[in-house]
Design a protein around this ligand. Structure first.
Ligand code: ZN
Ligand code: FE
Length: 257
């Protein structure tokens, strides 16, 4: 199995997984990058996984249907281009002989789901998490509450450390600038920032990340760390507990330049 990140729009990635013959894509916000990859590698499109309803994640679904020989999977509680196979947390989605586990991760949107593929012949575990978990950050709370996002991120953080985290946006460097403001003395943040700057300067990408790394650098997975709590309390005095810390961090990040 080969994993590819197809750049789309200005900072989206459409993840593609293929076995040399058949491919699946995740969140095709536009069709052209997917069509180009299918054509250049001689692949058939065997399925589409959708994490949530935003246009930059579903905008290419209908244009891809003529070349699609397989299902479109998506969150049962959201409006996804019809027809699609609706999924709930705890369901499985089968594609390319792989069994993806569906995890409910409300917060960015109300019905957002993530797809987790346990370790197997394809290698280390894979997580397609859309706009819920980003490297060094998390999605904005458009439809959900801080409590929902905290629970969603905690569920993802509990997955194995070697899980490859396939986020839908290249936001890592700006997230790391924020992470460094939250935790100025965290050496893992400084170190990863230097690595990402070099990668980006050479036209590379910073993903996939791993959950083990995210637990070290992502303030939204570090809500109980004393330095993170202190930083949140400086922004919002009286902040107490993981949910309130997340709410304070998220609000701070929304206005962070
Ligand atoms: Zn989104
Ligand atoms: Fe998005």
């Amino acid at each position: 199995m080969r994993l590819l990140a197809l750049p789309a729009f200005t900072d989206n990635y459409i993840w593609m997984l293929h076995d040399g013959v058949r491919a699946l894509v995740v969140d095709p916000g536009e069709a052209a990058p997917v069509e180009a990859a299918l054509q250049s590698q001689g692949l058939q499109l065997a399925g589409i996984l959708v994490t949530h309803h935003h246009g930059d994640h579903v905008g290419g679904v209908d244009a891809l249907r003529p070349r699609l020989d397989g299902p479109v999977f998506g969150p049962a509680r959201e409006r996804i281009p019809q027809p699609f196979t609706p999924l709930h947390g705890g369901d499985q989605a089968s594609l390319l002989g792989l069994e993806f586990q569906v995890i409910d991760v409300p917060g960015h949107t109300a019905g957002h789901i993530a797809y987790f593929l346990p370790e197997g012949a394809h290698g280390a575990p894979l997580l397609f998490c859309g706009d819920t978990l980003f490297s060094a950050g998390c999605g904005r709370l458009f439809e959900g509450s801080p409590a929902q996002m905290q629970a969603s991120l905690a569920a993802l953080a509990a997955l194995p450390g070697d899980t490859r985290v396939c986020c839908a946006h290249e936001y890592t460097l700006s997230n790391l600038r924020f992470a460094a403001a939250v935790e100025p003395h965290n050496p893992a943040i400084a170190q990863h920032r230097a690595w990402c700057e070099t990668e980006r300067a050479h036209g590379g990408i910073t993903l996939p990340s791993t959950l083990a790394l995210e637990r070290q650098i992502n303030p939204f997975l570090r809500l109980s760390q004393p330095d993170v709590v202190r930083a949140a309390q400086q922004r919002r005095p009286g902040t107490h507990g993981d949910v309130e810390v997340l709410a304070a961090l998220r609000e701070w990040k929304n206005g962070f330049q």
